[in-house]
Write a new protein. Structure first.
Length: 276
């Protein structure tokens, strides 16, 4: 128990204390056992972020799991993801650096991503009286391919002052401009490679349906020489309603951004799993 407390406090201390976003993640998973060592699963997920103002992601996934040893698991999966990208704005100023010329605005857009994952997970159960403590470590290689998509870019120019004739004016960010030009731009395809290392601790008790856990994950970009792009702390519990039905409730804190476009954020995660 002391180790669990120390791990949790260390993870919390390592993260910044202020986050700028919050949201809700939901998922639905079906898992089929093929034999003692093999299982397959499929699922869908839906995410609302940007302070719950926007639907930011939806997709589906399939996976194959293999357990060659009691405490070792291997898995491979595929995810199709539709990702929402927020509007991007750049203010343009005159040469004096203070007088506004206008704005360059990239319109918000949806983009498709194809993702492949390969996991190696080790676990170590420790019995402390009636409590079973399971320590785990998972190493994941993640490859994501971004599909090209067309977006609209706007240029607002020549701010109009008070008393100006606003007929035919263009409004943006509470201001009026004399001109607005638009053009189509293409977000080109790109590929990203990540190594995601996750360490976890789970508690369980015989005849108890609840299993609380804590995990801490690092996302390192292989594209940028193992640069640490994101850290994720998850504190939650699994509720074993029956042998087949399970619910998972968790608080997730993301620090940094990787190829999922996450900013610093607080997340309520709710998941349902059906096993047969």
């Amino acid at each position: 128990m002391k180790k669990a407390i120390i791990l949790s406090l260390t993870a919390l201390w390592a993260l910044p204390s202020v986050a700028d976003d919050y949201g809700v993640w939901t998922s639905l998973t079906v898992q089929k056992s093929l034999c003692k060592q093999f299982s397959v699963d499929a699922g869908v997920d839906l995410r609302a972020e940007n302070k719950l103002r926007d639907l930011t992601r939806y997709g589906f996934d399939v996976g194959l799991n293999y357990r060659p040893l009691r405490y070792l698991g291997l898995s491979a999966g595929y995810n199709f993801i539709r990702d929402y990208n927020l509007e991007e704005v750049e203010a343009k100023y005159k040469s004096n650096g203070t007088t506004l010329r206008g704005y360059n605005v990239d319109e918000a857009f949806w983009r498709s991503k194809h993702r492949a994952t390969f996991d190696v997970t080790g676990s170590l159960p420790i019995h402390a009286g009636a409590t079973r403590i399971t320590l785990s470590a998972r190493e994941r290689y993640q490859y994501t391919h971004f599909v090209s998509t067309d977006i609209t870019k706007y240029k607002y120019r020549t701010p109009m002052g008070e008393g100006s004739d606003l007929a035919g004016a263009f409004s943006y960010a509470g201001q009026h401009f004399a001109s607005r030009n638009s053009e189509t731009d293409t977000k080109k395809t790109k590929d990203r490679h990540y190594l995601r290392s996750r360490f976890g601790l789970e508690l369980s008790w015989k005849h108890c349906a609840w299993s609380p856990y804590v995990t801490y994950e690092f996302s390192n970009s292989l594209t940028e020489q193992m640069h640490l792009d994101k850290r994720r702390l998850t504190v939650g519990t699994e509720w074993k309603i029956s042998k087949q039905h399970r619910l998972d409730f968790a608080y997730v804190y993301n620090n940094g951004a990787d190829d999922d476009n996450d900013s610093d954020s607080h997340i309520l995660s709710i998941g349902y799993k059906f096993k047969f």
